[in-house]
Design a protein around this ligand. Structure first.
Ligand SMILES: [Zn+2]
Length: 198
């Protein structure tokens, strides 16, 4: 992931902000080693990422085109955490991980991502950038109450993409995934039945 590519997609200011955050510079180097792709999502004020926790190479980070360069850089910091350090499987196996375990893991990972984002916001604030109040509030929470305070914030906040709580979003995802797995198993069994009766 080279700088000219980031500059072309997100602008000069985005790259200048990354240069002023030691944490983000470290993330950027790690993402480059993994050959992580970064895309712009036109007309959106949201971000997401895709990664496989067993093989983090060729992960993907997508950042919406709306919002200030600082918004985008903080979204980038958040998604970089998911890609580099995330520990929740994208496709949970219900035989290995229960719905409750999946929810707990998802919320713990999201909490860590928000904490990383807040630490980057702090670095930029210290460099004199104007950081929006909501990020400063999270930072104050982080200093005051640490992990558990941020976790409480995550649990009560809304997911940026789906407008429902993280618990509902991840719970629905788990249910859909498990239902899809069940359907696949059924198809396999039916296919075997056809083969057997042929
Ligand atoms: Zn997240």
């Amino acid at each position: 992931m080279d700088r000219s590519l980031l500059e072309a997609r997100f602008g000069k200011k985005f790259v200048a902000l990354i240069d002023d955050s030691p944490l983000l510079q470290r993330d950027l180097r790690a993402l480059a080693r993994l050959k992580c792709r970064v895309r712009r999502w036109n007309g959106k004020h949201a971000a997401y990422s895709k990664t496989d926790i067993n093989d983090r190479r060729n992960a993907l980070i997508v950042i919406g085109s709306k919002g200030t360069p600082l918004d985008k850089v903080l979204q980038f910091a958040h998604e970089a955490y998911h890609v580099l350090k995330g520990f929740t499987p994208s496709y949970p196996d219900p035989k290995v991980m229960s719905r409750a375990q999946y929810l707990a893991s998802s919320i713990a990972e999201e909490t860590r991502a928000v904490m990383h984002e807040a630490r980057v916001a702090e670095e930029l604030y210290d460099k004199g950038y104007l950081v929006p109040a909501r990020h400063l509030r999270t930072l104050v929470e982080l200093h005051r109450g640490g992990y558990s305070a941020i976790k409480a914030e995550v649990e009560s906040s809304m997911a940026s993409i789906s407008n429902e709580s993280y618990r509902d979003t991840y719970g629905r995802y788990y249910d859909q995934h498990v239902a899809a797995l069940g359907r696949k198993r059924l198809h396999r069994l039916e296919a075997r039945k056809v083969v057997c009766s042929a």
